[in-house]
Design a protein around this ligand. Structure first.
Ligand code: ATP
Ligand code: MG
Length: 207
């Protein structure tokens, strides 16, 4: 299938939650994406301070969540199959090879965008894809100024602005909080796909 506008949402997805689903679907609607790829990270280098759940479990949960999304959504194991650390710049280069005719969009929350200039090879990221930034509670301080700065700094790499905003409802939800809630015996079913919750239980991921 040939896709003109391909969105990628990368994350640790430990676990994938409705916030991820909603920013992805909002990006697809606002920017008319015809493919939305959820991409669990293999070895997220920025999370080396804590034990991340095994890639196979995070991939399985992402697949389960994607199964209840519309057909244009899919899950890719590209980053998990890549050896070594996960770098978005490399992922986007790979995807450019797989979708040579497409325009790529990288969907990210505000907390990620605020650090993106410190990621590996930011110029390659901004050259390869338009970043679509979703607001996130607690990450609005200095966000507009940082987006303006990045758009100035990397604007010459492309015809359109490197970063565009998503105009979607903010959601106060994070995987960290969900893991904590789950271990404390609280109900996380309003925030995750039902099958993902069953998977978490069956595999005792966050007990
Ligand atoms: P953790 O607490 O483990 O960091 P997380 O909820 O931030 O988990 P990630 O897998 O780190 O989830 O996030 C993947 C991407 O989704 C990141 O770009 C992040 O900014 C974005 N994201 C996650 N949750 C939200 C949310 N509630 N609103 C906006 N963006 C979000
Ligand atoms: Mg995060």
């Amino acid at each position: 299938m040939s896709c003109k506008r391909v969105g990628v949402l990368g994350g640790t997805f430990d676990p994938i939650h409705n916030g991820h689903r909603d920013i992805g679907l909002a990006a697809a609607e606002e920017y008319e994406l015809d493919r939305l790829i959820f991409m669990p990270a293999g070895d997220p280098y920025c999370k080396s301070d804590r034990q991340v759940t095994g890639a196979e479990h995070r991939l399985a949960m992402t697949r389960l969540a994607v199964a209840s999304m519309p057909d244009f959504c899919c899950c890719s194991d590209l980053e998990i199959r890549m050896p070594g650390r996960t770098y978005t710049a490399n992922t986007l280069l790979e995807l450019k090879g797989s979708y040579p005719e497409s325009e790529l969009f990288f969907i990210a929350g505000a907390d990620s965008v605020l650090y993106m200039d410190k990621w590996y090879m930011p110029e390659l990221i901004f050259e390869s894809a338009t970043v679509l930034c979703a607001k996130r509670p607690g990450s609005d301080m200095g966000l507009d100024a940082e987006i303006d700065r990045l758009n100035q700094k990397y604007g010459s790499l492309r015809k359109t602005a490197p970063i565009l905003k998503l105009h979607t409802r903010e959601q106060d939800i994070s995987s960290t909080r969900l893991r904590e809630m789950y271990s404390a015996g609280e109900d996380i079913s309003p925030y995750v796909d039902q099958r993902v919750l069953e998977y978490i239980k069956e595999n005792a991921l966050y007990d």
